[in-house]
Design a binder for this molecule. Sequence first.
Ligand code: TYD
Length: 211
Amino acid sequence: MKNQSSPGLLITLEGGEGGGKTTQIVRLRDKLTELGKDVIALREPGGTTVSEQIREVVLSAKNAGMAYTTEVLLFQAARAQIYREIVLPSLAAGKVVLMDRSRDSSVVYQGIVRGFGRELIEQLNNISTKETYPNLTILFDIPVKQGLERVAKAGTANRMEMQGTEFHEKVRKAYLDLAKEDKSGRWQIIDASKSIDEVEKAVWQVVAEKL
Ligand code: TYD
């Protein structure tokens, strides 16, 4: 397994619900832009016209009856599109690409928690991303209860957020296991239970090392 080696830098933000990735990706993008970096911020599933349509289908609370296999393939379909249309060309052009979730979300949610297995999901991830791994993956770790409280305050839950606490505990453990087992050195764990400003500082510390 190798981190992507084109001129750009790929940074992914990962973690369970309510860790504040979405707030932090905006702050990080703005800070990098101020430093003169050519940076884009994306989310998965989504980020392109095609992928945003897939997002609508895969996350809609209306689709409670979706088969897990369908879910696996839809997340991968959205990923294949955003990598071909935006991520790979941007990395080739030397940009910093920030992503709110990417391949590791599928490893955790579909591979480990839904039970499809890491190996199968990594094979699919490699097809979708053309074997692209992030240079840095920041894990926003937060106790499940606190994360779900934040999500509840933020409004309506999507199809994944509607799962029970046990599901989210498995997600948290799976992420921590992945980060701890990692041999590539791309994972950094951040305590996302802290205040927004403190988390921002912690994020900046690990990103600055990669610039
Ligand atoms: P989103 O609203 O973006 O949630 P968050 O703010 O927590 O990132 O919803 C994305 C949901 O989709 C989230 O519950 C995780 C799930 N997901 C997967 O299960 N597999 C994947 O490959 C991806 C990208 C996301």
